[in-house]
Design a protein around this ligand. Structure first.
Ligand SMILES: *Cc1c(COP(=O)(O)O)cnc(C)c1O
Length: 390
């Protein structure tokens, strides 16, 4: 039987490490330390080693990882925090929950990441509204590290600290430096569909700043002081479960191999996709974790047709993201870099869609997907459509 093509194939991964997972889960059930058990500390040590950060603090989700850092740094009302509009809502949500103002920055059309010149403009716009420019959250969208070499000097000039939203990019590399070490702090997510995912919600924070690490550790457990029932600040309940840590330890063991396979899938797509679709740019020296393989169609009509052709062949696709955050009901009253429209991300949201990408996608499946998008099929459809037009 031919396995159907999955958008992300967690079942295939589970088949690969089933005995290890069973043993790890059984071990937690046997020792019974469900909260902050030994696997949590072990995982934090391994994750920090993996990326080269001095400290890792695991937590309950990628969203909480962002919130914990913003809380630890005392972000509050009157602060401006700069973030791309073309991202998942959690990036801006964590900012808004502190009372600070998210200021939305436009994206680069080639990499989908934050446009440094739009960031400059956003800082000026925030100052014009008497907001205090406090921090920037460059999101490593679809797994590709943002343009930190351009963002860093801008941040320095304006006194901004950097929180990397690496929810999609853990495992990525930026000019020899692993994701987790590129800002003052890095937040990642272990949501099941992320490149390194658990079997529920989970996340982690990376930093080289000891004071920040200790503050986040306190906030993670209700603002604890010397011990649990000593409450010195308002915090959250934001721990990672021991069971999830045990599962992540087993997944981390095969993660380097999975990253290589993700790269292989991306390379094959890039080599085979017809020129009617724009494939993602990866600047030299920058390695994506390939959370998503996102391509750009000519227009929203072209995208609809391509998605329909794939669907008819049993190939699932997704649109990340159909609406930029500055157009969302919950976020449209916040500020943008221009004070109005963000043309690049608005255009991208009408044209992008993501193809299946996971370490268990074989060449035959990739070729099948590509053939649905081949020049011939899509061109012929467009010709017949144009012929039918009045
Ligand atoms: C998934 C994601 C988050 C949130 O992570 P959760 O673990 O789901 O809370 C934040 N930012 C981005 C860019 C994401 O993709």
């Amino acid at each position: 039987m031919i396995r159907s093509i999955q958008f992300t194939d967690l079942a295939a991964q589970q088949d690969r490490i089933r005995p290890q997972l069973d043993t790890a889960i059984a071990r937690v059930l046997a020792h019974g330390a469900y909260i902050m058990g030994p696997e949590v500390a072990e995982l934090e040590k391994r994750l920090a080693e993996f990326c080269g950060a001095a400290y890792c603090v695991t937590c309950s989700s990628g969203t909480d990882a962002l919130s914990l850092v913003l809380m630890a740094k005392g972000i509050h009302a009157g602060d401006a925090v700069f973030a791309p509009s073309f991202t998942f809502a959690a990036t801006a949500e964590a900012v808004a929950l502190t009372g600070a103002t998210p200021v939305f920055v436009d994206s680069l059309p080639g990499t989908f990441n934050m446009d440094p010149s739009s960031l400059e403009q956003a800082v000026a716009t925030a100052k014009g509204r008497r907001l205090h420019p406090a921090a920037v959250i460059p999101v490593d969208l679809f797994g590709l590290p943002a343009d930190y070499n351009s963002i860093l000097p801008i941040a320095k000039t304006h006194g901004l600290w950097i929180l990397c939203d690496a929810a999609q990019s853990f495992g990525g590399i930026y000019h020899g430096q692993k994701v987790g070490t590129l800002g003052l702090a890095t937040a990642t997510s272990f949501f099941p569909a992320k490149p390194l995912g658990c079997y529920g919600d989970g996340g982690a924070i990376f930093t080289d700043d000891k004071a920040l690490c200790e503050m986040v550790q306190s906030l993670r457990v209700h603002g604890k002081g010397a011990e649990k029932y000593d409450n010195v600040r308002i915090g959250l309940n934001a721990r990672l479960d021991t069971l999830q840590a045990a599962i992540l330890l087993e997944k981390l063991a095969i993660f380097p191999d999975e990253l290589k396979t993700r790269q292989r899938v991306a390379d094959r797509y890039a080599a085979q996709l017809p020129p009617t679709f724009v494939v993602p740019q990866t600047p030299s020296g920058v390695h994506s974790a390939w959370a998503q393989y996102t391509i750009i169609a000519d227009s929203d009509r072209h995208r609809t047709e391509a998605q329909a052709a794939l669907k008819a062949a049993g190939v699932p696709t997704m649109v990340y993201y159909p609406k930029p955050l500055h157009r969302q009901t919950a976020y449209k009253h916040f500020l943008t870099a221009t004070g109005g429209a963000l043309p690049i991300c608005e255009n991208l949201s009408r044209r992008v869609f993501s193809l299946p990408l996971h370490p268990y996608l074989d060449d035959a499946a990739i070729d099948r997907i590509v053939s649905c998008l081949s020049d011939k099929t899509t061109r012929q459809k467009r010709i017949s459509r144009d012929a039918a037009a009045p």
